[in-house]
Design a protein around this ligand. Structure first.
Ligand code: ATP
Ligand code: MG
Length: 392
């Protein structure tokens, strides 16, 4: 048993000791059986949140109404959720009502896919009511129960299906796929932020090319910003040379496949409710990629672009199968006489002291000086810069 589970075992034991059932559930059991990295451990229990709070010293009321308490134990945190069922779902998003129940099997029924509906007890016994173990073996993403109903309850599950395909490299069960195709329009009921989180996980998963194909086949793409009617352009994704591994290169890939002009990049990123920081990174990568695709960047352009943007842009050209001489660009960057602004021995104040009047000329001169240094026409020291200024 991996250490993360060993560390969590006392939690199950403590709950068991006071007479309640407790199990590891969902993603952590799936990932344990697949030998994948386990990032968080979820526990399901017959105990009520109030009872969990009595058993453990340090707890946080994460979602008491929905039965979830976070327990802090030996420096780790665990989400402990009371067995529950959900009902209502009139808005295709969230249940109108959650009801606490006394047995695990009711709780497993509400989960999205068979591989996510597995539980494991403190002895390591797996509880599998929906042939999830079999689906793990045959690499199948299959809805628990009738797929159509499950997507009516919560339309986000359709995006989760393609996201798990990508992350796990699994195929989609045919009934489940048909249900997504038949109900794709319901995705429009879901907030962009929640769709985006799944879309990005799909985009950077190891099997994103295949998952993206299914995202197109099922017509889900018609329900999200900027992708509507763009099947032809987007189908190139499945033929990429490499899969994107960062969120930034994923967005940049989509933007380039859509052939968005530069002045639409920000609009696109905002339509997907991305952060300003993400928007700017992606803008820089796409514009630097454009530059690289028609000429060699000057030293000043390399200096003005941060190293992370350069590296991600080089990755992007590999993804798109338009390789540039990456090593040559990295070597040139490494050899730049200036790597950032702070290495310049003078600044605007120095120019003021030299008698240059305040105003735009100061900024222009600084750029001239940096360019001259970067092109190795000027040395980055005070006396050389003074001579340069005197000759102006
Ligand atoms: P990961 O955390 O690796 O992205 P996960 O399977 O743990 O994957 P979470 O979103 O953390 O996914 O959800 C934990 C578990 O809760 C899932 O395994 C599943 O059993 C259940 N679950 C999560 N979201 C839904 C949903 N929209 N509908 C039904 N069950 C869900
Ligand atoms: Mg999880």
């Amino acid at each position: 048993l991996p250490n993360v589970f060993k560390a969590a075992l006392p939690i199950l034991n403590k709950i068991n000791k006071v007479g309640y059932e407790a199990y590891f559930v969902g993603g952590c059991v799936r990932d344990l059986l697949l030998n994948r990295h386990i990032h968080d451990i979820d526990i399901a229990t017959s105990a009520y949140p109030e009872e969990i709070k009595q058993i453990f010293e340090k707890t946080i009321d994460t979602g008491i109404k929905h039965g979830t308490v976070t327990v802090l134990y030996e420096g780790q945190s665990y989400e402990i959720t009371t067995f529950r069922t959900e009902s209502g779902y009139q808005d295709y998003r969230r249940p109108d009502k959650v009801t606490f129940v006394q047995n695990l099997s009711e709780d497993l029924k509400r989960r999205d896919f068979t591989i996510n509906a597995l539980a494991m007890d403190a002895e390591g016994k797996i509880i599998d009511h929906f042939y999830g173990l079999n689906d793990l073996v045959v690499h199948n993403i299959k809805a628990v129960g009738k797929a159509e109903n499950r997507f009516h309850e919560d339309a986000l599950r359709m995006m989760r299906a393609v996201r798990f395909m990508s992350q796990l490299g699994f195929e989609l069960d045919l009934d489940t796929k048909k249900a997504i195709f038949d109900n794709h329009e319901l995705l429009s009921k879901i907030s962009i932020e929640r769709i985006r989180d799944e879309f990005v996980k799909m985009g950077v998963g190891k099997s994103s090319k295949r998952a993206f194909e299914v995202f197109l086949d099922t017509e889900l793409y018609n329900e999200v910003p900027y992708l509507e009617h763009k099947k032809e352009q987007l189908s190139v994704f499945s033929k990429l040379n490499f899969s994107p591994v960062t969120e930034e290169t994923f967005w940049a890939t989509i933007i380039i496949l859509l052939k968005l002009p530069n002045n639409e990049i920000a609009k696109f990123m905002r339509a997907w409710k991305n952060s300003n920081a993400m928007e700017h990174c992606v803008y820089d990568i796409v514009t630097f990629f454009d530059l690289l695709s028609y000429r060699i960047p000057s030293n000043y352009e390399l200096f003005s672009t941060n190293l992370d943007t350069i590296m991600q842009t080089l990755d992007l050209s590999n993804i798109l199968g338009q390789p540039v001489n990456s090593q040559a660009i990295i070597d040139r960057y490494e050899a730049l006489p200036l790597k950032n602004e702070s290495e310049l021995v003078i600044d605007g104040n120095y120019l003021l002291k030299k008698g240059i009047p305040a105003g735009p000329r100061i900024g222009e001169l600084l750029i001239e000086i940096k360019k001259a240094i970067l092109e190795r026409k000027l040395e980055n020291n005070i006396s050389a810069i003074d001579v340069f200024l005197n000759n102006k």
